[in-house]
Ligand binder design. Structure first.
Ligand code: NAD
Ligand SMILES: O=C(O)C(=O)C[C@@H](O)[C@H](O)[C@H](O)COP(=O)(O)O
Ligand code: ZN
Length: 360
C-alpha cells in the first residue's frame, strides 16, 4: 500500500492506495471517530462492495442509503433524500458519512456532508478509476443544476481517501477509458514525463495491468495533491485541473447529464482546448495530433457532438465557474506538460475552434 498526503494544515489527510485495502479493519477504523456511520452508495456498487465495507464497521451504529445509478442523480433531490435519512435516523453531528462509489457518489456525499448540521466528517472510498485519480481528492463537492455542472457545491475535504485498486476489476471498459481522460490531463497540464510514460504504457493500462494502473493512480494523485495543497480553493493555480472542462461541462449539460460520461466530455474538451492553443500559436500541429491520438488510443471520443453548435456551446459556457465579470476564461496549453492559468480568449479564435475543430 502507498500513502500520499494532501497537505492542508489542519485539514490534511491521507490517500491510501493499494489492492484489497478494503479488507483491512484498521485503516477505516483509524478515521472513524464516532459510533454512528452512514454509508451512501448506489444500486450498482452496493451488491459488489457494500458488505465488504460493512464488515469493517462492526460495533458501529450503521445506516446505509442506496441511490439509483447515474449522473442525473448527482442532484439536490438526492441530497434531500440523504438529509431526510440522516434526520429520520437521528444521526448527530459527530457521525461520519462514507461515500462508496464513483465520482457521482463522492461529489454528492461530500456536498451532503458539508451541509448536514453545517458539516460532518466524511470518508471517500472511490471505486472507479476516475474517482481514484481525481474526484475523491481535493475537496470539490457539488451537485449539478439543470443549467450547469457542479453549480451548487462547497469546498469540503474528506478525512481520508481509501482507494482499493482491486475494485477496478469490476469496472466497465468504457468507465476505465473515462478515467484515463483525467489521467492524461495531469500529463498535459504539468507532467511531461508522465505524458510520455502514458504514450508508452497506454495498452498496459487498457489491459488493466495492475502495476501500471497502480503507478498511474499514484502519479495522478500526487499531481493533484500538490496542486490542491498550493491552492485549495482555486484562487489561481488549481484552475489548471480544469483543462478541457469549459468545453466538457458544456457538452455534459447541453447533451443531458449522462449522455456523455464526464471523462468522455473532458476528452473532447481537451482536444478543443488543444486546437485553440494551436490557433494562438502555442502548440504546433504535431503536438495537437499527439494529444488527440493518445486520447483516441484510450478509446475516448475526440470530436464534439454534432447537436451542439457554436452558439449553444457559448451559451452553456457563459456560466462556467472560472468566468470573471461575466467574461469567459479558459485553461489552455502553452505546450505539452504546461498549462496556462485561466485566461480570456479571443472570441473569434474560440468561435473558429467551435466551428471547425472536428466538424466536417
Ligand atoms: N470533485 C472533483 O474534483 C471531480 C473530479 C472529476 C470528476 N468529478 C465528477 O465525478 C463524476 C464522474 O465520476 P465517475 O466517472 O466515477 O462516474 P460514476 O460515479 O457515475 O461511476 C461510473 C459508473 O461506474 C459504476 N461503478 C462504480 N464503481 C464501480 C466498480 N468498482 N465496478 C463496477 N461499476 C462501478 C457506477 O455505478 C457508474 O455506473 C462526475 O459527476 C464529475 O463531475 C468530480
Ligand atoms: O479538482 C479540481 O479542481 C478540478 O477541476 C478537477 C476536475 O476534474 C473536476 O471535474 C471538477 O469537478 C471540476 O470542477 P468545477 O469547478 O469546474 O466544477
Ligand atoms: Zn473532471
Amino acid at each position: 500500500m502507498k500513502t500520499l498526503t494532501v497537505n492542508l494544515g489542519e485539514r490534511s489527510y491521507p490517500i491510501y492506495i493499494g489492492s484489497r485495502i478494503l479488507e483491512s479493519d484498521e485503516l477505516l477504523a483509524r478515521h472513524l471517530t464516532s459510533s454512528q456511520v452512514m454509508v451512501i452508495t448506489n444500486e450498482t456498487v452496493a451488491p459488489l462492495y457494500l458488505e465488504r465495507v460493512k464488515q469493517r464497521l462492526t460495533g458501529k451504529e450503521t445506516a446505509e442509503v442506496i441511490l439509483p445509478d447515474g449522473e442525473s442523480y448527482k442532484s439536490i433531490e438526492s441530497a434531500m433524500i440523504i438529509f431526510d435519512r440522516l434526520l429520520a435516523g437521528k444521526i448527530s453531528r459527530d457521525a461520519s458519512l462514507i461515500a462508496l462509489g464513483g465520482g457521482v457518489i463522492g461529489d454528492l456525499v461530500g456536498f451532503t456532508a458539508a451541509c448536514y448540521q453545517r458539516g460532518v466528517p466524511f470518508i471517500q472510498i472511490p471505486t472507479t478509476l476516475l474517482a481514484q485519480v481525481d474526484s475523491s481528492v481535493g475537496g470539490k463537492t457539488a451537485v449539478n443544476h439543470p443549467r450547469g455542472k457542479n453549480m451548487i457545491g462547497a469546498f469540503y475535504q474528506p478525512q481520508c481517501v481509501l482507494a482499493d485498486t482491486s475494485t477496478l476489476d469490476t469496472l466497465a471498459d468504457r468507465e476505465l477509458s473515462a478515467g484515463l481522460a483525467e489521467v492524461i490531463k495531469y500529463g498535459l497540464i504539468r507532467d511531461l514525463e508522465f505524458f510520455e510514460w502514458l504514450e508508452a504504457n497506454l495498452e498496459r493500462l487498457l489491459a488493466r495491468d495492475a502495476e501500471a494502473l497502480a503507478y498511474a493512480i499514484e502519479r495522478s494523485c500526487l499531481n493533484k495533491a500538490e496542486v490542491v495543497a498550493e491552492d485549495e480553493r482555486e484562487s489561481g493555480l488549481r484552475a489548471i485541473l480544469n483543462l478541457g472542462h469549459t468545453f466538457g461541462h458544456a457538452i455534459e449539460t447541453g447533451m443531458g447529464y449522462g449522455t456523455y460520461l464526464h471523462g468522455e466530455a473532458v476528452a473532447i474538451g481537451i482536444c478543443q482546448a488543444a486546437d485553440l492553443s494551436r490557433r494562438l500559436g502555442w502548440l504546433d500541429a504535431d503536438s495537437v495530433e499527439r494529444i488527440v491520438s493518445l486520447l483516441a488510443r484510450a478509446r475516448l471520443p475526440v470530436t464534439p457532438p454534432t447537436d451542439l453548435d457554436a452558439d449553444r456551446y457559448l451559451d452553456l459556457m457563459a456560466v462556467d465557474k472560472k468566468n470573471v465579470a461575466g467574461k469567459l476564461r479558459m485553461i489552455l496549453l502553452e505546450r505539452i506538460g504546461r498549462a496556462t492559468l485561466p485566461m480570456a480568449v479571443d472570441p473569434e479564435l474560440l468561435r473558429a475552434t467551435l466551428n471547425e475543430y472536428g466538424r466536417r
